[in-house]
Design a protein around this ligand. Structure first.
Ligand code: SF4
Ligand code: SF4
Length: 363
């Protein structure tokens, strides 16, 4: 497949023109939400918002797994590291995310043993060479949850290796928010990688119940513009269905093998999403059969009664819900930068504030 076609300037121009034509028929300004941090990255990188007419706004939703990890979970693993002499391993971005008082990185200076890994396999290797318990702080949506489940099934895990799962299931999170009326949008760009696992079937209820046109998109400029065009066309013809412009990766049923592996290892229970609260059926929880690797069953986790999800002035909650742009936050690019993030949205390459900052927007 010639991927260059998907960022060919002529094709991009044609799509932008087609969107302008279709947008002229709209009866009101519309908001199209994407729920994938990598989509935000592409939108900034290709300057796609500048190609859109004034009556179409593309907003970012809860698409960054690091941003939606609750302070409660970060505080809990920091406590565990400090009080029970456990080594906590996790991805680099997670180390910088602020908890109520400290980030994992900050906790190191208080004596916590925190190590960055690139994958669960690194954490397993590390535990083989360690004489103390090693906990993998497992975050991410269905893409990474599938990897965690596969590692548990495939490998004989060392007896000092444990998992603390804060993996989250995207579709039901967005569904619950739509139902609660907290999210205001007219169309949805479906996530690229996560949908490859969950499939498009699960998004059909968005179309039926909320009359939201939903289109799956890849990460090139033409992929995203085509998805926007199809959404605007659906709105103009008063339709709401699920379409797929990324059939080179995503299909209707999703990756059924990965789904089976996850079903064997996890059940879905409640999870706390930073800024969004507790949402049923969105947390990947290890089944009893895998209790031997479940950190919550082995250690005395102390969950703080009070935890601070957002520092004073931080508007991450509104950013995650698509109600504010990073530039609406008084701290943006002044007190909050990737070098000194006040809120989680400024930490990872999938965070909306970090993407705006790296794109030089509003500095
Ligand atoms: S996990 Fe995948 S689908 Fe989700 S935000 Fe990241 S890149 Fe997008
Ligand atoms: S700029 Fe910083 S403080 Fe403001 S919303 Fe973004 S991450 Fe939060």
């Amino acid at each position: 497949m010639n991927l260059e076609l998907f960022s060919d300037p002529q094709i991009v121009k044609k799509l932008a023109k087609a969107i302008q034509t279709e947008a002229a028929k709209l009866k009101k300004e519309i908001k199209i939400m994407h729920i994938c941090g990598t989509h935000e990255n592409s939108i900034i990188r290709f300057g796609l918002r500048d190609l859109l007419p004034a009556n179409i706004r593309v907003i970012a939703g809860p698409g960054c797994p690091v941003c939606v990890t609750s302070s409660r979970d970060i505080d809990a693993v920091i406590n565990l590291a400090l009080k029970e002499n456990v080594c906590i391993t996790t991805f680099g971005d997670m180390l910088k995310v602020p908890g109520s008082k400290l980030s994992l990185h900050g906790a190191k200076s208080h004596g916590a043993d925190i190590k960055m890994v690139y994958s669960i396999y690194d954490a397993i290797e590390l535990s083989k060479n360690s004489n103390k318990p090693v906990v993998f702080f497992a975050c991410g949506f269905e893409t990474t949850a599938a990897g965690t489940a596969a590692a548990i099934l495939d490998l004989k895990l060392p007896s000092n290796f444990f998992i603390y799962s804060v993996h989250k299931y995207t579709p039901d999170g967005v569904y619950a928010l739509l139902k609660s009326g907290k999210i205001d949008m007219d169309g949805l760009i479906l996530p690229g990688h996560a949908s490859a696992i969950s499939g498009l079937r699960t998004y059909e209820r968005f179309a039926f119940e909320f009359h939201i046109p939903s289109v799956a998109a890849g990460f090139e400029a033409a992929d995203i513009l085509l998805a926007i065009l199809l959404i605007v066309k659906q709105i103009n013809s008063n339709q709401a269905k699920v379409e797929n412009t990324y059939n080179r990766v995503i299909n209707y049923e999703g990756n059924t093998k990965a789904q089976q592996i996850m079903d064997r290892v996890f059940s879905l229970g409640e999870a706390i999403w930073r800024g969004l609260g507790t949402i049923e059926h969105t947390g990947y929880i290890l089944k009893d059969e895998f209790a031997y690797v479940d950190a919550t069953k082995h250690f005395n986790f102390e969950y703080p009664n009070h935890y601070i999800e957002h520092k004073k002035g931080c508007r991450c909650r509104d950013v995650i819900l698509g109600k504010a742009q990073p530039t609406d936050c008084p701290l943006y690019a002044k007190h909050c930068t990737p070098y000194n993030p006040v809120g989680p949205c400024m930490v990872s390459d999938e965070g909306t504030c970090k993407n705006f900052y790296d794109g030089g927007i509003g500095e």
